[in-house]
Design a protein. Structure first.
Length: 177
């Protein structure tokens, strides 16, 4: 067994990434205080070829030293947009046919593995602040909530880890079609 080189992995250039169709999944980051977390989400969004990232509220935006440190260039390949308010981003995406879900533990959230997704369903997923989660007002304009099943003591994950788990599951569903 040996590690594969970058060429053997078929890595795309930034230009190629910008031209190819992506999975119809949008990430909305709401008031993420750590630029390192934002960079990590960009890296996952690139790995799973997510359509775009919306940066809402006081999220840092590229170019930014801390985003670049964890994104490792992914912030250049993944389309992104800055939006002042989450409800503006959500309504825009809903008008474009996206089902908008919040990644949040609520009395109405659906477990990630049980989430009903229609074939070719466009999904936008909101990830909230590291401490307070998705804002209550934002939850009210979402089409639903999804949560990652957790069995330990904490019942919380770092935003970047949660995004990686959720994005992989959504992409995995698209790959099964």
């Amino acid at each position: 067994m040996r590690k594969l080189s970058g060429d053997e992995m078929g890595r795309l250039s930034v230009a190629q990434c910008r031209e190819l169709p992506r999975f119809p999944i949008v990430v909305i980051l709401e008031n993420i205080r750590s630029a390192y977390n934002i960079g990590s989400v960009f890296r996952s969004a690139d790995a799973f070829f997510i359509e775009s990232v919306y940066l809402v509220g006081y999220c840092a935006t590229p170019p930014h030293k801390e985003i670049a440190k964890t994104a490792l260039g992914a912030e250049e390949a993944v389309p992104w947009k800055q939006v002042a308010k989450a409800d503006t981003a959500i309504r825009e995406l809903q008008a474009l046919g996206y089902k908008v879900l919040a990644a949040e533990q609520t009395d109405a959230s659906v477990s990630l593995h049980q989430l009903p997704i229609l074939p070719d369903q466009k999904i936008a997923i909101v990830f909230g602040n590291e401490v307070s989660g998705v804002e209550s007002g934002t939850l009210q304009v979402c089409d639903g909530c999804v949560e990652i099943p957790q069995f330990g003591m904490k019942h919380s994950l770092n935003i970047a880890t949660a995004a990686g788990v959720v994005l992989w599951e959504l992409v995995r569903r698209h790959l099964q079609k």
